[in-house]
Write a protein that binds this ligand. Sequence first.
Ligand code: DGL
Length: 260
Amino acid sequence: MDNRPIGIFDSGIGGISILNELYKELNNEEFIYLADNKNCPYGNKSKKIITELSVKNCKELIKLDCKAIVVACNTSTTNSIESLRKTFNCPIIGIEPGIKPAILATKTKKIGVLATEKTLSSDIFLKTQYTNNKEKIKIFEQPGFGLVESLEKGVEVKSIIFKKKLYQYLFPMVKKNIDHLVLGCTHYNFLKNEIKEIIGNKIKIVDSIMPVVNQTKKVLNEFNLNSDKTTHGNVKLFYNSKIISKDFIDEIFEIERKEF
Ligand code: DGL
């Protein structure tokens, strides 16, 4: 048993889509979330810089006495998870790119992936595609240029310009007859309604939220790290830029600016 908090980080608000579900499913656990929004976006930075930023975030979470760390960012996971696991002793849970379930489920043999540039070009992403794609499923990739930046600003996603941009990214994949769309960036989980408006109901959206939650539960059990508290745990959210958009953040969470 271990009543210390679970640490989570992302370049900004994206990982909150994972945190929300963890908070629901592991309700007696405490959580500390780091939004490294001073350095957002990660998706156009080099592997070296992404790794340095991810190491910095993990160090901070360990300083805050976290018992395990959830990397709630596809870009960090695909570019730095191996280094993180080599550097730190505590269990580190990453995000599996959702392409495997999409490959297994597709009927049209065509799937789409919307992710950041650096997730799409990462070795882990290419390896996942290669090892799971024995049936030569067609995978259409689209980098979501600028989407993370708009989400960080909040209201901007309701604008016509933003919707047009999203349409330009998604409609070519719809025309190619994909039947699954993988969201390869945690920020995009907040765009499901806007995405559905463009792709319709027939194309299934595949996110990685529940697989991460289930993996976290498994790791806590495996390492005997579950909390034995009987009350609902709290969430502390720290950000390091001047401001953070509260549009996607649950009011119950404690929010504070912090240098890290
Ligand atoms: N939420 C991060 C991800 O899952 C966003 C990356 C970025 O900051 O560009 O990839």
